[in-house]
Design a protein around this ligand. Structure first.
Ligand code: GLU
Length: 584
């Protein structure tokens, strides 16, 4: 430990911004030298929502104020997000819910991930010559569309924990869809940058572009009567009215008639869709318990592996400004990603050594690889050999994961907690639209290549299988009570965003406003990604000196968090997006 403690006396980088860990509640701190405002910390006594759009957060908050449960509010938040932030999540996508029930004091995780159609084969994303398709050639069109899971997830959660009448929960989104809402600056920018991909399909093109073909501008009042109709049908008929009948017919037609990249989704795929309850994946970290979503998400396993390795080092003494902290965090993440690439996939299809991967002895051994004082060489970053009750060998997969998605957190007056990450995968998903909502491209989260070095890839496409995710909805528990609920969008960077926020909160004592706003430093595959225009840039030279290749760029997280304590709730929304925390 001596070397580690000595390094703790090292250089101070990020504090040069002058940000204090004690930003006052309900104030927006002055712009930091990092280029990011510290997020406003909102306090509340009884209930709160933190979500990616003010209209979605407000709809959820109203349900809570009217005595609804966190799950009731989730349905209002999700259906409004599907309207006002349609590029990120919605009825045509999938989601993972991590839910703490205050009555039973239990965490339940529900998997509403999209599934591959029964007609899909491992060669779905290979061209005629057997080569993997280019990412966007695979994404745009019906080929990438998996059976959506979000509507069934809402239904299943409501059946278990809903308090208010199902139908009433659709009213806020339906009213907004009929009356119209102002296109947000973020949505307008994304439409404008999307251009041709969105114009490939008529329904999508008509919705996102004016009659003159110009992309919708920020502030435009946008109505979505088709979405209002869809919501009213689901409100009246429940999830079955989505998975069978006219809505299902239209989804299948849209996917199968989408031109040269048509897909194979069928009515039977929709009718047979099931939400799966999965065992929560929890790991002890410094006297707390960090719980999240297990496979088919790689989120909680990868975060658990990172934390399990890092627990062997005194990050608190090292501090957030010390390059040594980031060497340890970066290389722990690389080692977790090496295991992820080989082992993580849908456990219904592929045996995965989840227990072995999270075993503290195994992680202690992996942590010894971090004992040096330089970045690990690429050759040293290989998957480990976790304990396993039956042997199975997989090849390394290759999935391309680009960021979009949305995360929200809700706490109700009884202390029930929702942490939900929800997605249609890429921004605007497959670009196909029906019933006023976009269809996902979640199947491109599978590995395009089926084999590696003669061995099958765990995350290859198979009929009925769920693509591996990085989504990491998380609830941190202290003495059996929820302490923090958090998650983020961001493709495979989600894992690093959430892990970093957890370390910042737990080891460095930073509050919710700071952890959602702090500069990002992420290392998945060797090069260190540093968030451009922030204090992270100051670590570029020291990290290079440690042997890393450094890349500066935009890092578009959307962390939303609520901290719970005996004194009440503190929530914050990532200043990189348009979200807010609201509560009473
Ligand atoms: N489809 C991704 C996943 O499930 C999330 C996409 C994103 O956050 O951009 O891991």
């Amino acid at each position: 430990m001596t070397k580690r403690t000595l390094a703790a006396l090292g250089l101070v980088f990020l504090t040069a911004t002058g940000a204090s860990a004690q930003q006052a509640s309900d104030t927006v701190a002055p712009e930091r030298a990092t280029g990011l405002a510290v997020a406003k910390v909102v306090t509340a006594k009884t209930h709160m929502v933190a979500a990616a759009h003010p209209l979605a957060a407000a709809a959820g908050e109203k349900i809570l104020a009217d005595g609804g449960s966190a799950i009731d509010a989730m349905i209002a938040v999700q259906t409004v997000l599907g309207l006002v932030e349609p590029q990120s999540s919605g009825l045509g996508g999938g989601a993972f819910l991590v839910y703490y029930d205050a009555g039973t004091k239990r965490i339940t995780t529900l998997d509403g991930r999209e599934t591959a159609p029964m007609e899909a084969t491992p060669k779905l994303f290979l061209d005629e010559t057997g080569q993997p398709l280019k990412f966007f050639d695979a994404v745009v069109g019906g080929r990438s569309v998996g059976t959506p899971g979000t509507v069934m997830l809402m239904q299943e959660a409501h059946n278990r924990w809903g308090r208010k009448d199902w139908k009433s929960l659709f009213a806020p989104a339906e009213t907004l869809a009929r009356d119209g809402f102002a296109v947000s600056p973020r949505l307008a920018t994304l439409i404008a940058t999307e251009g041709d991909k969105l114009k490939a399909f008529e329904a999508t093109s008509t919705y996102f572009f004016g009659a003159d073909g110009a992309p919708l501008k920020a502030g435009t009042l946008l109505k979505n009567p088709a979405y209002a109709e869809t919501l009213s049908t689901i409100a009246a008929g429940g999830a079955p009215a989505f998975y069978t009948g006219p809505i299902a017919d239209a989804i299948v037609d849209t996917v199968r008639m989408s031109g040269k990249n048509a897909g194979v989704l069928s009515l039977a795929d929709l009718a047979n869709y099931r939400v799966e309850e999965r065992r929560p994946v929890c790991i002890d970290y410094r006297a707390l318990e960090v719980c999240g979503m297990g496979p088919p998400s790689s989120g909680a396993v990868a975060i658990g592996q990172m934390l399990g390795m890092l627990e062997n080092f005194d990050l608190k003494a090292l501090g957030k400004d010390n390059p040594e902290s980031w060497r340890l965090i970066g290389d722990a993440q690389r080692l977790a990603f090496a295991d992820r690439e080989r082992y993580l996939a849908d456990t219904d299809f592929v045996p995965i050594p989840v227990k072995g991967l999270l075993d503290k002895t195994y992680l202690g051994e992996r942590a010894k690889l971090l004992d040096g004082d330089k970045a690990l060489g690429n050759d040293a970053v290989t998957s480990g050999k976790p304990e396993w009750d039956h042997a199975f060998n997989f090849g390394r997969g290759a999935a391309i994961e680009l960021p979009s998605t949305s995360h929200f957190v809700i706490v109700d007056k009884d202390g029930n907690v929702v942490s939900m990450t929800t997605t249609i995968e890429n921004g605007f998903g497959s670009r196909l639209m029906t019933g006023g909502f976009l269809l996902n491209n979640e199947l491109t989260d599978f590995s395009f290549k089926t084999h590696d070095d003669g061995m099958p890839v765990a995350n290859r496409v198979e009929p009925g299988k769920r693509p591996r995710s990085s989504m990491s909805p998380t609830i941190v528990m202290k003495d059996g009570k929820p302490l923090l609920a958090i998650g983020s969008p961001g493709g495979s960077q989600i894992i690093g965003y959430v892990a970093q926020a957890l370390i910042a909160h737990i080891d460095w004592g930073m509050d919710v406003g700071e952890i959602v706003a702090m500069p990002h430093l992420i290392n998945r595959f060797g090069p260190y990604d540093l968030e451009a225009g922030t204090g992270a840039e100051k670590l570029a030279e020291p990290l290079k000196a440690l042997g890393y290749e450094v890349k500066m760029g935009e890092m578009n997280s959307g962390l939303h968090a609520i901290a719970l304590s005996a004194d009440g709730l503190k929530g914050a929304a990532d200043p990189r997006r348009e979200g807010v925390a609201v509560g009473k």
